[in-house]
Write a protein that binds this ligand. Structure first.
Ligand SMILES: [Zn+2]
Length: 92
């Protein structure tokens, strides 16, 4: 569950960065993904391990009709932290 919610959060952040930096096309994003704590569906905040396959599926689904992400590749590295971060963005 956290994988799909996190995918949305990541894309929101990327769109925000693209707007700030006036980027029109993102070609690669490197991410570090730990275990993510969230509250959702009426549950209190709890930690869950992110399933990378689900995360990639979620990311692809969210951006599939967005020209800014048409050729994007996601490089995902798992960490044991309790957070996530964008380590690198390549853009045109
Ligand atoms: Zn959960």
């Amino acid at each position: 569950m956290h994988d799909f919610l996190l995918a949305k959060e990541i894309i929101d952040k990327l769109r925000e960065i693209a707007q700030e930096k006036k980027i029109s096309k993102i070609t690669r994003v490197n991410l570090e993904i730990g275990n993510i704590s969230m509250s959702h569906d009426g549950h209190p905040e709890h930690l869950e391990e992110i399933n990378i396959e689900n995360l990639e599926f979620g990311l692809g689904g969210i951006v599939k009709d967005d020209p800014m992400f048409r050729d994007v590749k996601f490089g995902i590295r798992k960490t044991q932290s309790e957070s996530w971060g964008i380590t690198d963005i390549e853009a045109e």
